[in-house]
Design a protein. Structure first.
Length: 133
């Protein structure tokens, strides 16, 4: 019983930290941005607003923490061979408190699924983003 209560308390604390991170991310999203996404935000703000709402709803639809969601998104980006999103999700994962070693581990774990070249690309993208921070 005590362990269950402690886990529940830890889970509540993690959810509170996740909500703080999401609030910070939402505030940054309202700031003017550059690059392709910033251009889309200027050209079609309602589309971006709907996309961000969908992203938030999907992220909150299950038990994964913000950190875990960030790792899933990075893994999906590496699997797709999508450099731009791998860089973006690496940045977001770092903001969510994921340590660089865990981000590199995602690329290494991907090796057996996506193949050596894609995993090496993913590892390079993660390292480039870490170096920029």
């Amino acid at each position: 019983m005590a362990k269950t209560r402690a886990r529940s308390s830890d889970g509540a604390a993690q959810r509170a930290r996740d909500q703080e991170r999401l609030a910070g991310r939402a505030a940054r999203a309202k700031a003017p941005s550059t690059g392709a996404f910033g251009r889309l935000r200027r050209l079609a703000p309602e589309v971006v607003k709907a996309y961000e709402a969908l992203t938030a709803a999907a992220s909150q639809a299950g038990p994964l923490s913000v950190r875990e969601v960030a790792l899933v998104k990075l893994a999906a980006s590496i699997g797709r061979g999508a450099s731009r999103t791998a860089h973006a999700h690496t940045r977001k994962a770092l903001e969510a408190g994921v340590d660089p070693g865990s981000l590199r581990h995602v690329a290494i774990v991907a090796l057996a699924t996506v193949g050596l070249p894609a995993a090496l690309d993913g590892l390079r993208w993660v390292d480039e983003t870490i170096a920029e921070q």
